[in-house]
Design a protein around this ligand. Structure first.
Ligand code: PLP
Length: 365
């Protein structure tokens, strides 16, 4: 497909409308031919000028990456540290934001390295009150967890193709509020390829500034249609219930979750503490080799100490039951006293109860 022709413009326009629904905005969503980190870097390079002050919430690997990138671009970065498995405490955040003046606040909404989702409404309220621009890494949230960008008055929200959007890696997204678009005009981006004002101008013409990964854009349209057919509210609810089910299974198996506060547990990835004296790299290897299922280990300081189960995208309860059984079986083989059958039953029961309940799970839609 020729990327300067009407066919691509039509494809881009459809993706735009459906992406806006996933982000909860009517503002432009720029699609970059780069992995998620590219879009995080683009957002920072275009919205935070050298010498400006950014508060970065360090929930784990991806919260830290935002601050690291901002430092690369000459920003003055202050860190708000959170213990692994915890979300940012809104009171501490409010205090940090009010004690000194910041230009921007950066955080990972869904911290993939620890399975933690932030209290978005509380963070957004603190950001609005203290008039800081918000730069949100929602790479592992978009398409699986509601973010309601407009209602939460977020300024720059980043997504990625290879998580809940079910695509191969290679596309990422930056949605920009009117305030972020204004800041974009006022900030000189030191880069060329990731200068978002060029991407914004091109989007208005139904194009991207440079040759896009056209094949992935075609896939994106299909993925977004799949989401649309299921219904965004249903997709969000299914992910919420998969999270509930995975945590129920792990708890039934006698394992400890890294995120102990249910209110900040992620709907797309669950991080579980490894039993004492066992290394999660060994579990990951066994599950891959014996069951042909990919789970993840811990990253950085959590290497060997946790394992993570992803439950996002096309995932249903059967797809979750398989890794639950594999984890439990392999842990039993590694010497743990674990009953795989009861873990799977707990997952199925919790999922069904959650899907059938009319509880106040609010998608904001
Ligand atoms: N942010 C989050 C929350 C992620 O989970 C990831 C990848 O796992 C990234 C950023 C980085 O994305 P990529 O590896 O596509 O550059």
């Amino acid at each position: 497909m020729y990327h300067r022709g009407p066919e691509f413009a039509e494809l881009l326009a459809e993706c735009q409308i459906r992406l806006q629904a996933c982000f909860g905005t009517t503002d432009p969503v720029l699609t970059l031919s780069a992995s998620g980190t590219g879009a995080v870097e683009a957002a920072i390079a275009n919205l935070v000028a050298p010498g400006e002050r950014l508060l970065a919430i360090k929930t784990g690997k991806f919260g830290r990456r935002i601050g690291d990138i901002a430092q690369c671009y000459g920003a003055e970065v202050t860190w708000l540290d959170c213990p692994p498995g915890d979300a940012a405490d809104p009171h501490l955040l409010q205090r940090a934001l009010s004690e000194s003046r910041f230009d921007a606040l950066g955080f990972a909404y869904n911290e993939t390295s620890t399975g933690v989702a932030q209290d978005l409404a509380a963070i957004a309220a603190a950001a609005v009150e203290n008039r800081v621009l918000t730069i949100v890494d929602a790479v592992s949230a978009i398409g699986g967890i509601p973010i309601n960008m407009e209602a939460n008055a977020l300024d720059a929200v980043v997504g990625g193709s290879q998580k809940a959007l079910m695509l191969p890696p290679g596309l990422s997204f930056v949605a920009l509020s009117p305030r972020a678009q204004l800041k974009l005009q006022q900030t000189t981006c030191p880069g060329y390829y990731f200068d978002l004002s060029r991407a914004l101008d091109a989007l208005r013409k139904g194009q991207t500034p440079y040759t896009p990964a056209v094949n992935l854009f075609s896939g994106l349209r299909e993925a977004l249609r799949i989401i649309h057919r299921e219904g965004l509210a249903e997709v969000f609810r299914r992910h919420h219930c998969l999270g509930v089910a995975c945590r129920a299974a792990m708890t039934a198996a006698g394992l400890a979750l890294l995120a102990t506060d249910e209110r900040c547990a992620s709907a797309t990835v669950t991080a579980v503490r490894m039993p004492e004296d066992l290394d999660s790299s060994e579990l990951v290897r066994r599950v891959r080799e014996r069951d042909n299922i990919l789970i993840a280990g811990g990253q950085d300081d959590l290497k060997g100490r946790i394992f993570r189960i992803g439950h996002l995208g096309t995932c249903g309860i059967d797809n979750l039951a398989a890794p639950v059984a594999a984890v439990a079986d392999n842990l039993a083989e590694m010497g743990c006293d674990i009953d795989a059958a009861s873990a799977v039953t707990a997952a199925r029961d919790a999922f069904q109860t959650c899907q059938e309940s009319s509880d106040a799970y609010d998608t904001g839609l």
